[in-house]
Ligand binder design. Structure first.
Ligand code: ZN
Length: 457
């Protein structure tokens, strides 16, 4: 995708039309060009380089300059970008979102022959997905391969950009129970069909061709299924957008737009955009939110900007994080699944998420401060709690807070069908989060006795 697709100002790209629809088309392009976490991060990286940010590899010493623009990545699937203020920073303004989505990961030695008739691919679930939506759709694979080259191993991002696979349903005539609550078996029901039986080795050849290497050179891979095709805007007033990976790329995209578009504002805090992999499988990887990645980067910013250890601790205490991960909208057919009072609607603004057991980090203080920020930015907000008899999901903020503990609010954009491979959200809400993130990145936190406030610029 063009780097400018991720960085353009939606107010300028609408050309007299509806800016929310223009922004939604940019979101759909980003989703279409980002079939796995590796392409998500590669696209952010490309956009940051286009905007003049400097890439800092983690395994080299960093030299940071005042008023500099930087980013680093881990595993090619998580990214943290930041700007250094001039003079030394007084805090960190962080958004955290995630780059991964539930899908199926291709196993080692994936080709399974069914006699001479068919070749299927052996795959296993990644994350907790709704399985039914995966049937009878054109699918393909993307991710990365590790190829042997010049005595070493080179990482190559790969997208097989054609309709390649499909998981066929069993006909109703052969499974009369199909509409009565069928329990899918991931090892037998969900394996995608690749082709007819004679063409053994085809999968490896197809992936190698997409990567531009010989099949024998591939020593490793991280490949995932993805749904083919572009998402769609629909509804009586074009108010809905449906696509794969809205959880959480709608938030990641919006926070990123807010981050790059806040560049003109001078603030004594460090604006930090963080997007982590592996949220859908618990975040406990070296690049997940429950790793040292954020803590390592904040420490290096502190050292690189000449902060003492004491100044760093004071700055963390004056920091704020938006943990941005999509939220459940009221379901049209199942309103009884929602809390009696807190029932977010699509196109009605950013959702503040609460949980008494603190799976969401939001507390009275951080909710109040976030509402204040939204009010100042003219952005609507609404509130979500689980029904008291439902467990609900988990997210990034509380895990990240175990490593760097700071003020945090859990927010998200309202959507339907979370963890389907084709989710639905509101076209107005993306712009709300872009505006809130832009205001957030242009602010810093101030304490005056018992009063906390946002200082703009
Ligand atoms: Zn999520």
């Amino acid at each position: 995708m063009a780097a400018s697709d991720l960085t353009a100002d939606p107010r300028l790209s609408a050309e007299g039309g509806d800016p929310d629809l223009a922004l939604t088309q940019d979101l759909l392009t980003f989703l279409e060009k980002s079939p796995t976490c590796f392409q998500v991060i590669a696209n952010f990286k490309k956009a940051l380089l286009f905007k003049g940010y400097t890439y800092l590899p983690e395994d080299t010493p960093w030299v940071l300059l005042p008023a500099g623009k930087y980013f680093t990545t881990r595993n090619g699937s998580s990214i943290i970008a930041f700007r250094t203020p001039d003079p030394a920073p007084t805090g960190f303004q962080i958004t955290a979102s995630h780059s991964d989505s539930p899908t199926f990961k291709i196993k080692a030695n994936p080709e399974l022959k069914e006699g001479e008739a068919y070749i299927r691919l052996n795959a296993e679930p990644y994350g907790g997905m709704l399985m039914a939506p995966w049937f009878d759709r054109p699918l393909s694979v993307a991710g990365r391969v590790l190829a042997q080259a010049e005595g070493g191993v080179t990482e190559i991002p790969v997208v097989v950009d054609r309709d390649l696979l499909l998981i066929p349903s069993v006909a109703i005539h052969m499974n009369r129970e199909a509409n009565k609550g069928y329990a899918y078996n991931a090892q037998t029901d969900l394996l995608p069909l690749l082709g007819e039986g004679a063409d053994a080795g085809a999968f490896r050849r197809i992936v190698a061709e997409a990567a531009g290497v010989s099949p024998d050179a591939i020593l490793g891979s991280d490949l995932f299924l993805y749904v083919r095709g572009r998402g769609s805007v629909w509804g009586a007033s074009n108010e809905f957008v449906s696509a794969g990976h809205l959880d959480d790329l709608q938030c990641a995209f919006s926070c990123f737009r807010g981050f790059v578009s806040s560049e003109g504002t001078k603030t004594p805090a460090v604006p930090v955009f963080a997007c982590f992999d592996n949220e859908e499988v618990g975040s406990l990887t070296k690049q997940g939110a429950d790793s040292t990645f954020l803590e390592d980067v904040l420490s290096r910013i502190a050292e690189g900007t000449g902060m003492t250890r004491e100044a760093y601790h004071a700055a963390v205490a004056k920091s704020f994080m938006l943990s941005a991960d999509n939220a459940h909208a009221l379901h049209p057919n199942h309103p009884e699944k929602a809390d009696p009072a807190n029932r977010p609607l699509m196109n009605h603004g950013i959702v503040i998420k609460y949980h008494a057991g603190q799976k969401y980090t939001t507390d009275g203080v951080t909710a109040a401060l976030f509402k204040l920020l939204c009010q100042d930015a003219g952005v609507p907000f609404q509130e979500f709690t689980n029904r008291s008899d439902m467990a609900g999901g988990s997210t990034l903020g509380n895990l990240s807070n175990a490593h760097v503990s700071l003020n945090c609010v859990d927010i998200g954009l309202p959507q339907l069908a979370m963890h389907s491979c084709f989710e639905t959200a509101g076209v107005r809400d993306t712009g709300y989060l872009v505006r809130a993130a832009r205001a957030f990145y242009g602010s810093s936190l101030r304490r005056d006795g018992d009063t906390l406030s946002w200082v703009q610029g």
